[in-house]
Design a protein around this ligand. Structure first.
Ligand SMILES: [Zn+2]
Length: 160
């Protein structure tokens, strides 16, 4: 579903105004993907499993996606749901792929206290795979910094 299609759908059910003000609702077109732990272990590399299923954090600077500059889409490494677009990626200097905007409705969030201070964890809306944390020190236009584990994403270049 395209963004425009989604927006007209929301407008049709009177949610467009709310969607602009509040965090975007989870998309109705996303069918949850639930697999057993054994199935996830089979499907993912050990590094992907540690991040996506156990909320691990990759070593900063370790992801080749830090230097990915092509046009395209970053999809969930667990289920290939599109999460971010290349034009919303920026160099945050943290050593993790960073984005100021996510694809609407593609992420769920929760608060975690792993580092004592509360942080907003975010995950794929389809497979609930952990992606990263979102902070309020990002650039315009959103002021958000989605700090993502590169191993939790796959890059799909735009076909010219
Ligand atoms: Zn996923």
């Amino acid at each position: 579903m395209t963004r425009r299609h989604l927006f007209s759908l929301l407008a049709a059910v009177g949610l467009a105004d709310k969607a602009a003000a509040a965090p975007p609702p989870l998309r109705a077109d996303i069918v949850p993907l639930r697999l057993s732990d054994a199935q996830w272990r089979e499907r993912l590399t050990p590094q992907q499993y540690a991040v996506l299923r156990q909320e691990g954090t990759e070593r900063p600077g370790s992801s080749p996606l830090n230097d990915e500059k092509r046009r395209g889409t970053f999809v969930c490494a667990g289920c290939e749901l599109p999460l971010f677009q290349s034009q919303h990626k920026y160099d945050s200097g943290t050593g993790w792929p960073s984005f100021h905007t996510a694809i609407a409705g593609a992420l769920g969030t929760k608060t975690d206290f792993k580092l004592v201070l509360p942080r907003t964890e975010y995950h794929c809306a389809r497979c609930e795979g952990h992606q990263g944390h979102v902070f309020d020190d990002g650039p315009a236009p959103t002021g958000k910094r989605y700090c993502n584990n590169g191993v939790a994403l796959k890059f799909v270049p735009e076909v010219a």
